[in-house]
Write a protein that binds this ligand. Structure first.
Ligand code: MV4
Length: 497
């Protein structure tokens, strides 16, 4: 057991703040690192100490192993928390941290490395009887042999890069005629993107639901799961809405998937927070896809339904403490929904719309949590992910949580740039979402920019498109300008106009 007294947070934005808050509650001092673009960022102000680690591009700051280690040494931090993204799943960094005598608040470098290779991960979990999508367990190299396997599996098949993940390096092959071309492309892309041309084949599950299990392990071999998150509402592999629990799992299915998730963790001697990703086909058969070896963006929905602080748990596990509970002591309390608010323009193909937060008024009230990293008047820097905030609603039932979310979105006021708030509102009110009957194709099936413009505007289409940009404020609501647009305005705002 090693008591941690000072944590360097190798990240920025909302997650850096999220981690520092828990550290402070534990009486642990905090060190922020920041790039020149983040001099006045909230995580820098919140930390007990802050060290500038370089110019704005992350390759010159937040991704620099050497500068981060140097900052930790200079400030005498005894542990590093990587957050998500950046260096969180970099096995070389995890190893370097430990070689330098510091504690990496995350899994072992070995577990990161093993799960980073999709083929190695599949091989490891297969030994623990975790269900896998039918496919190959070795890289495919010979076109004729691969074609034979694809035929046995049955088209459509998916070619995936072993070094990929999160949807990177995937190719759907519809029929035998296009197989060779797609395979050659997949190998060449994987080689240039990852420096590893290994690819494999899987049966393509056409309308999957994405359900992931939060797992937690300690350094004494104990592993539990903290139930699932439903993350099917996503756009180009970027999650938009996450919730816990999933509305499609029966207690029996939850138990079976939870046990499989624990086995995935055991297959790589996992400790710390991790996420086991499954897809569900339309018969609710589940298959292991990959494991994410970090604390995820959407961890708050799990915190809301379990009442646990996952960052505190990470710190305790890193210190060598055993998990303070057993699986049967954990239960699901109510329902939580999270939406990610991005500085992106849904009317313009979700193009990032970085700029200044001219107005920034946060929603509040019972059951509402907002994890963000900005204040009114701040600029969203151009160099990093354009996520402004995560808005989380927790209530007794799914319906009540969704209604609470709609109320909070309505209170949230952002002007100065376009955001995805209106889009989130659209999802919350959509029948397919509310009924629970949706899959990973929700956005492509139901969303087109015009749905955010209220009733059709009676002008030529081109003019309507041009107007769409100016007519929307941060809430995706039409504002009162020269054109009268039929759109509901909240009472809160009416009372103030
Ligand atoms: C699949 C699949 C269908 N069949 N594998 C995308 C992210 C990466 N973790 C794996 N992904 C998928 N793998 C088979 N055999 C469909 C997806 C997929 C997906 C998965 C989860 C959430 C959203 C998705 C969107 C498109 C494709």
């Amino acid at each position: 057991m090693t008591k941690i007294t000072k944590i360097l947070v190798a990240n920025r934005g909302e997650i850096a703040l999220r981690i520092m808050r828990s550290a402070r509650e534990m009486g642990i001092r905090t060190v922020a690192v920041y790039s020149e673009a983040d001099r006045s960022a909230l995580h820098v102000r919140y930390a007990d100490e802050a060290v500038c680690i370089g110019p704005p591009p992350s390759s010159e700051s937040y991704l620099r192993h050497d500068k981060i280690i140097k900052a930790a040494k200079e400030t005498q931090a005894d542990a590093i928390h990587p957050g998500y993204g950046f260096l969180s799943e970099n096995e070389d960094f995890a190893k370097l941290v430990e070689d330098e005598g510091l504690i990496f608040i995350g899994p072992s470098a070995k577990a990161i490395e093993l799960m980073g290779s999709k083929l190695a991960a599949k091989a490891a979990v297969a030994k623990f009887n975790v269900p896998l999508v039918p496919g190959t367990s070795e890289p495919i190299t010979d076109v004729a042999a691969a074609k034979k396997i694809a035929k046995e599996i049955g088209y459509p098949v998916l070619i995936k890069a072993s070094a990929g993940g999160g949807g990177k390096g995937m190719r759907v092959v519809e029929n035998e005629e296009s197989f060779q071309e797609q395979m050659e492309r997949a190998i060449s892309e994987a080689t240039s993107a990852f420096g590893d041309g290994s690819v494999f084949i899987e049966k393509y599950i056409t309308k999957p639901r994405h359900i992931e299990f939060q797992i937690f392990g300690d350094k004494h071999g104990n592993v539990v799961h903290l139930f699932e998150r439903e993350c099917s509402i996503q756009r180009r592999h970027q999650k938009v809405v996450e919730e816990a629990p999933s509305s499609v799992l029966t207690p029996e299915k939850r138990k079976a998937m939870g046990e499989a998730a624990i086995n995935v963790a055991k297959s790589c001697g996992y400790y710390g927070a991790g996420t086991v990703e499954f897809i569900l086909d339309d018969n609710l058969n589940f298959y292991f896809l990959e494991m994410n070896t970090r604390l995820q963006v959407e961890h708050p929905v799990t915190e809301e339904i379990t009442g646990l602080d996952l960052v505190k748990l990470q710190v305790k596990v890193a210190e060598g403490e055993p998990l303070p509970f057993k699986q049967d002591e954990l239960k699901i309390n109510g329902h939580a929904v999270e939406v990610r608010v991005y500085a992106e323009d849904p009317a313009n193909n979700f193009l990032p719309d970085i700029g200044n937060l001219k107005t920034y008024k946060r929603p509040q009230g019972h059951g509402i949590r907002l994890d963000d990293g900005f204040e009114q008047g701040m600029d969203i820097p151009f160099y990093y992910d354009p996520m402004i905030a995560k808005l989380i609603a927790h209530a007794e039932t799914r319906e009540a949580a969704i209604d609470k979310m709609i109320r909070a979105i309505d209170e949230y006021e952002i002007t100065g740039l376009e955001t995805t708030l209106g889009f989130c509102n659209f999802v919350m009110k959509h029948e397919a979402f509310r009924s629970g009957n949706f899959d990973t194709r929700f956005v492509e099936n139901y969303f087109k920019p015009s749905v955010l413009q209220g009733n059709p505007i009676q002008v030529e289409e081109t003019l309507a498109a041009a107007l769409a940009v100016t007519l929307m404020n941060g809430n995706g609501k039409a504002t009162q300008q020269n054109v009268t647009v039929v759109q509901e305005v909240s009472k809160w705002k009416k009372n103030r106009i």
